[in-house]
Design a protein around this ligand. Structure first.
Ligand SMILES: *[C@@H]1O[C@H](CO)[C@@H](O)[C@H](O)[C@H]1NC(C)=O
Ligand SMILES: *[C@@H]1O[C@H](CO)[C@@H](O)[C@H](O)[C@H]1NC(C)=O
Ligand SMILES: *[C@@H]1O[C@H](CO)[C@@H](O)[C@H](O)[C@H]1NC(C)=O
Ligand SMILES: *[C@@H]1O[C@H](CO)[C@@H](O)[C@H](O)[C@H]1NC(C)=O
Ligand SMILES: *[C@@H]1O[C@H](CO)[C@@H](O)[C@H](O)[C@H]1NC(C)=O
Ligand SMILES: *[C@@H]1O[C@H](CO)[C@@H](O)[C@H](O)[C@H]1NC(C)=O
Ligand SMILES: *[C@@H]1O[C@H](CO)[C@@H](O)[C@H](O)[C@H]1NC(C)=O
Ligand SMILES: *[C@@H]1O[C@H](CO)[C@@H](O)[C@H](O)[C@H]1NC(C)=O
Ligand SMILES: *[C@@H]1O[C@H](CO)[C@@H](O)[C@H](O)[C@H]1NC(C)=O
Length: 887
């Protein structure tokens, strides 16, 4: 959204500027000589070469509206009657003295058709200003005959569906002061349309001679080159826009120094590098848009000198350092977009001086500290985004009550304190996202109802108390997320249903009890897309689900639902379900088969019995399948061979599955987590697992697999966790194989098997602490399946997480890890038949937190190098034949 919004804003600005140059043919016929006959016939011929059709100008009007189409403009051109003087025609401007046609303003005139070199347009050799923007020239080339219009000062062919190479002849129009050939951005729909190119001739040869240029707009033209230094010589330049041109290389610093430059945009050239110079001068720069480029380094404090700036858009670059407080001096700013960079430090309180700001985006950076209360002075602000930072402290009350505020995004910070919307007046608020913070207390709203509000996300905070009744008065609400808080009390579903536009509701993970009346099954209910009722004290499937045939997400996990899944659940009601979470209930009976659209199916921690039915193999979109902790039995259906082209997680932990895994099984090659632990699987491992290049976790513990050590998994680049504990794996691991690499392994548990020979430390030769340095402490081994809402505010794509859990022996006890930190490292070789000494090279295992070598037949001294394993939390060498002193 940020992208298109900024783009729009920038475009809007450029329209404003251009209004100064509008040309109108309006002069009175008495004062003017009659228009020359050859020119009026050229004009008529030009008109006749097109079809006049609204859609020719509507397309771009929808993309971003210039002016509503003026289809009647050329329609009024006629040689009949008193309007026969072409100088009086709409859009035609004649020279007062000579009567020559010198201006043609036909933008948005609904012209549709091709132009070629025979066009009568090129007979209007006196033309000085030509504007054909926002028409549809059917992907014609710009004809070379443009050289026949040598007097042109203004040439505007923007958004008019020309394509192909821009002709060199334009560079001969040495009077040009304004050249606009901007087009749809190549990346913006409609995709795949041919677009204008400026390669041969290049940008350099095009502008080299156009020394009078004041405005140059080539946005969306495929230039794919570096930015020529020569642009810095165009000393009259006031407006330069090269957005989305495929530019790369270093941006010439001299361009910033052009003393007349008011608008500079190079948005959307990802390969373009550069930095901001020291602005020791104070130029007239009003808009600076470097968004979505690779500009880097810090913002110079001297930016405070750019006193005319009203739009500064630097989102999506590589800028770093802190924001100079001098930005607070840019009091003309209305737009400030610094999101998605690597800024650090505090949000300067001086930004509160920018009282004209309507748009402030600082999200996705590394800002710390409080939200400055001064931001509460930004009375014009309509969008505030500071999400995905590390801000702490309270949200200033004045801020959430700003009169013009429409969207406020502060999610994913560390904000705390209580939140009071003291709303005394009507507000415009449409979207509030404060999720993933540490807000406490009941949220209070003022007496005013947030009647405009569409989206309210307060999930994953520490809110307590009851759900505020005010919420039920926000009558346009579409999305309400209150999950993962400490809210309590009893809520009636009927209350939410009163919000007639509500289609996404998640109150999971609180201490709420949801009451649903039998009678609430009624086809007159609105159709929900998202319903999250995890931990809501439900004892059965709510009846109203029967008619919810647009649901894409349903979470009923952690309730007390018992018995079988009712048959009607699989009727029309769930046909479009993508995520179905029934985890941790008391469901019985056989394994139900979810709808075919399902991406994420979690029915773990129930009491299901019986086999996995063959029909499961029809679930071709499944990404996550979690059947863990049931009483399922039988062998895996053979159809699994070709099952799950998109499957990334297969968790069958803690069931009674048996038999061997089909040798041909590869699981579609997308598998990231395989958990077969605590079953009765037998036989060899399928060798095709070696093709699962994405595999992160392979947990086969507590089964009856018989095989040698799967060294053939050693080249898997992503394998982090390999657990073979308590099986019948055997053989010597002592002879090193050159292809033992395991580049990413950090949890290896081969305990309780029949391995023998020397300790297989060679296996871990690639174990390097540096592997773990970039991992954030707070992240766990998780896999996400994205599902998508079909409508509603923002058409959200939401992630649903699967979290890997495991057993491991720690300090002699078998421990269950409900979540496994990305940083956790452990090696367990215990209870095998390893012999020989512990080599000094054991120090290579630095970073390891658990090391268990117990219950083997190791001899000799304990190597002193063990002392180098400084991260070690538990070391078990017991039950061996070690001798000597403990170092
Ligand atoms: C080109 O014409 C369009 C439509 O009138 C206008 O919005 C735009 O500003 C013009 N370009 C320049 C550089 O003046
Ligand atoms: C548009 O271009 C296509 C393909 O070149 C051509 O077939 C069609 O006749 C053109 N339409 C007009 C109105 O010129
Ligand atoms: C040039 O365009 C005109 C009118 O659109 C058309 O009649 C003519 O055939 C075209 N000539 C060529 C060579 O394409
Ligand atoms: C630019 O101007 C120079 C000198 O007037 C001339 O020699 C050259 O051909 C011109 N280049 C183009 C591309 O028109
Ligand atoms: C900001 O403006 C104030 C007042 O004009 C001036 O004193 C100060 O030096 C400026 N700061 C910067 C960094 O430009
Ligand atoms: C700008 O903001 C700073 C910090 O909030 C403040 O000290 C200063 O007085 C403000 N300047 C103006 C001109 O408002
Ligand atoms: C409510 O609006 C009135 C009139 O527009 C204004 O005077 C008052 O300060 C506003 N109250 C709040 C709390 O914003
Ligand atoms: C808020 O909505 C409720 C229910 O529709 C209504 O009774 C109340 O008067 C509204 N409050 C205001 C300030 O409009
Ligand atoms: C469903 O709603 C309609 C209209 O509001 C009502 O007449 C009907 O009794 C309701 N049915 C049930 C089962 O609640």
């Amino acid at each position: 959204m940020g992208f298109s919004l900024s783009l729009f804003i920038f475009m809007a600005l450029f329209f404003l500027l251009s209004r100064l140059h509008l040309i109108v043919g309006q002069s009175s016929p008495f004062m003017q000589p009659l228009c020359h006959h050859d020119q009026s016939s050229a004009l008529l011929q030009f008109k006749q070469s097109f079809i006049i059709h609204k859609s020719a100008s509507m397309k771009s009007w929808f993309d971003f509206p210039p002016d509503y189409p003026h289809c009647q403009k050329v329609g009024s051109w006629t040689v009949e009657g008193d309007k026969s003087d072409c100088c009086s025609w709409d859009g035609v401007e004649c020279d007062k003295d000579t009567g020559h046609v010198i201006g043609l303003e036909l933008s948005s005139s609904c012209l549709y058709g091709s132009i070629n070199y025979t066009s009568s347009l090129f007979r209007l050799v006196h033309l000085q200003r030509l504007n054909l923007a926002f028409n549809d020239f059917n992907y014609s080339h710009i004809p070379h005959q443009v050289r026949d219009l040598p007097r042109l000062t203004h040439l505007n062919l923007s958004w008019s569906n020309f394509h192909g190479q821009i002709p060199l002849e334009i560079s001969q129009l040495s009077h040009l002061s304004s050249l606009d050939l901007s087009q749809d951005y190549p990346g913006i729909p409609p995709l795949g349309h041919p677009h204008l190119e400026l390669k041969k001739p290049s940008l350099r040869s095009l502008v080299g001679n156009l020394t009078r240029l004041q405005k140059l707009d080539l946005s969306g033209v495929d230039i794919s080159s570096t930015v020529p230094n020569i642009l810095a010589n165009l000393s009259l330049l006031t407006f330069l826009s090269l957005g989305g041109c495929g530019l790369h290389g270093e941006f010439p610093i001299g361009i910033f120094k052009l003393s007349n430059l008011r608008v500079l945009s190079v948005i959307g050239n990802e390969g373009l590098t550069g930095y901001l110079p020291d602005f020791t001068w104070s130029g007239p720069l009003e808009a600076l848009n470097l968004a979505a480029t690779s500009f880097s380094r810090e913002l110079p404090a001297s930016m405070g000198n750019l006193g005319f700036l009203n739009d500064l858009s630097l989102w999506g670059c590589n800028f770093s350092g802190s924001i100079p407080s001098s930005l607070g001096n840019l009091t003309k700013l209305t737009e400030l977009a610094l999101g998605r960079n690597s800024f650090v430090g505090n949000v300067p309180s001086s930004l509160g001086n920018l009282t004209k700001l309507t748009y402030l985006d600082l999200s996705v950076n590394s800002f710390v500290g409080n939200i400055p209360p001064s931001l509460g002075n930004l009375a014009q602000l309509s969008l505030l985004g500071i999400s995905f930072n590390q801000l702490t402290g309270p949200i200033p009350t004045k801020l959430v009550n700003l009169p013009q505020l429409i969207d406020i995004y502060l999610e994913e910070n560390l904000l705390s304190g209580e939140l009071h919307f003291g709303l005394m007046n009507e507000t415009q608020l449409e979207a509030i996202n404060l999720s993933n913070n540490q807000l406490t207390g009941p949220v209070t709203f003022g007496p005013m109802n947030l009647t405009q509000l569409l989206f309210l996300d307060l999930s994953t905070n520490k809110l307590h108390g009851q759900i505020s009744n005010s919420v039920f008065n926000f009558k346009n609400l579409q999305v309400l997320y209150l999950s993962e808080n400490y809210l309590n009390g009893i809520v009636e579903f009927a209350e939410f249903v009163k919000l007639k536009h509500l289609i996404a509701l998640d109150i999971s993970g609180n201490q709420l009890s949801l009451l649903t009346k039998e009678t609430s099954a009624n086809a007159t209910l609105q159709k929900f897309q998202v319903l999250g009722f995890s931990s809501c004290n439900l004892s059965k499937f709510p009846n109203f689900l029967r008619d919810q045939d647009e649901l894409v997400f349903l979470n009923l996990s952690n309730n007390k639902i018992h018995g079988q899944v009712p048959e009607w659940m699989w009727n029309k009601s769930t046909a479009s379900l993508q995520v179905l979470d029934l985890e941790s209930n008391s469901l019985q009976g056989s394994l139900p088969i979810p709808p075919v659209a399902t991406l994420h199916f979690d029915i773990s921690n129930n009491s299901l019995t019986g086999n996995v039915p063959k029909l499961f193999c029809t679930l071709i979109f499944l990404q996550v399948l979690d059947l863990a902790n049931n009483n399922l039995s039988g062998s895996l259906p053979h159809c699994l061979d070709n099952f799950g082209a998109s499957l990334s997680v297969l968790d069958l932990r803690r069931n009674k599955f048996q038999g061997s895994i089909p040798q041909t099984w590869i699981g579609g090659g997308q598998l990231r987590v395989i958990n077969f632990s605590q079953n009765k699987f037998q036989g060899h491992l399928p060798r095709l697992l070696a093709k699962c290049t994405w595999l992160r976790v392979l947990d086969l513990s507590d089964n009856q697999f018989i095989d040698i050590f799967p060294f053939w998994l050693g080249h898997l680049p992503n394998l982090e966790v390999l657990i073979l504990r308590s099986n019948k794996f055997n053989g010597s691991m002592g002879t090193p194989q050159t292809y033992f690499k395991f580049p990413n392994l950090r949890i290896l548990d081969i305990s309780h098997n029949d391995f023998m020979g020397k300790l297989p430390l060679r296996l871990l030769e690639n174990w390097k602490a540096k592997n773990f340095e970039n991992v954030q402490l707070s992240t766990y081994i998780q896999e996400y399946s994205d599902f998508q809402m079909q409508k509603g505010f923002g058409y959200n794509i939401l992630p649903q997480a699967y979290t890997y859990s495991m057993m491991m022996t720690n300090k002699g006890n078998s421990m269950f890890y409900e979540k496994v930190q990305e940083l956790f490292t452990a090696i367990d070789f215990s209870s095998n038949n390893f012999v020989g000494e512990i080599p000094e090279s054991i120090e290579n295992l630095k970073g390891a937190q658990l090391l268990n070598l117990s219950n083997n037949a190791l001899i000799g001294h304990i190597p002193s190098s063990l002392g180098n394993l400084i991260e070690l939390e538990a070391l078990d060498l017991s039950y061996n034949k070690l001798s000597g002193e403990i170092p």
